[in-house]
Design a protein around this ligand. Sequence first.
Ligand code: SF4
Ligand code: SF4
Length: 446
Amino acid sequence: MRKAILHPFPGGIHPHDEKGLTASLPIEDAPIPPRVFIPLSQHIGAPAEPIVKPGDHVRTGDKIAEARGFVSANIHASVSGIVRAIQPYPHASGRLAPAIEIETSDEDQTFVPTKDRKDALALPSQALIPFIREAGIVGMGGATFPTHVKLSPPEDKPIHSLIINGVECEPYLTADHRLMLERTSEVIEGITYIRYILDASFSYVAIEANKPDAIKRMKELISDPDIHVITLPKRYPQGAEKQLIKTILGEEVPAGGGLPMDVGAVVQNVGTTFAIYEAIRWGKPLIERITTVTGHGVALPKNLRVRIGTPVSDIIAYCGGWREPPGKLILGGPMMGINQYDDRVPITKGTSGILLMPRGEVGDYHPHTCVRCGRCVTVCPMGLLPNFLGVFSEHGRFTDAERLHLLDCIECGSCTYICPAKRPLVQMIRYAKGEVLRRRKKVANK
Ligand code: SF4
Ligand code: SF4
């Protein structure tokens, strides 16, 4: 057993975590909605291609759209019912995006497994990957990268270390925390499958110190001496892949587009690990996920198991609605989540939380010019210069921003959080990144 020595990453912040709103609340099943709107693009890569048409009857778990290419993901019906339309619908990205609308029927909505692969570890390791691909699993911590791709590193990139990410450093969110507490054995079985696929010698379950009950439970139930539970000090963004690898393995993922596999590591979120367990053991596709509904704006905060495609408005209504005049509705957490302008947007595979902030908490928003305090530089976990990146973005100087390693920004939002001038640094950086990537694509297509 290789003993982990912690190597703290530079920068970082200590926001109020506000997890007390939901940390002690057991996971509940959200009601089955009358209609779901399942986007064809819920992942990084090509949108899936529909294989159903309006009028078709589908059952919970049926495949309704097929992955287009290797970097894509299958989509499944999250309810039984009739396909009513395939058309653009509000999407978490803020745009309209094609979605399959299913009107729920009166029949039983439970997914009934037809398999029990209790001997999955007797199969060749690579035979498990198609089960994950077929189930349409993507990174559920928010990255939404197709998992079968992540678990298929090229031969010249052997993986020695698997890190299971139970850090959940985003304030407010407790979905992964509850999953580790309530479905511990299943998460551990998922870890066993991933280790087997990757042939990784070392496995770590990383959990922040603010979840002592989950740490205790994991330690109690893990019997394999080669799976090590690591307690990490609480610091945002401890759960970001590169920061996690740095802290646990002491390795730096190369700048300029490097990947964890370049340093022999794979990081998998706890929710994804649970989904992998369900896919391999029971053949269950990714049709639901745990989402934390939280914030001081919601009447009844909850940790919910929600069917993919459920409109956020249905979930808010189930949680008693807004308790104060609405301020901000965010999908995800306050640091990396995305503000929403339409509460009809559906839950997708990457929706880790629904955060409702009342108007009084959001306050007036008046950004000022930079006062050159340097705080954003101090907290940036990637060692970047967010102050300059923000100014270059404002003035359309994208090439200058690129020279300052714009694309290495992990969009953690620490710079925006700390800025006394309330400058929307991460938003400006995100915009500049989009412009740089758009221009690169244009050049490549010429
Ligand atoms: S959002 Fe980007 S620039 Fe800002 S602190 Fe995080 S990594 Fe650094
Ligand atoms: S934290 Fe804000 S005010 Fe301070 S240097 Fe950075 S951008 Fe300027």
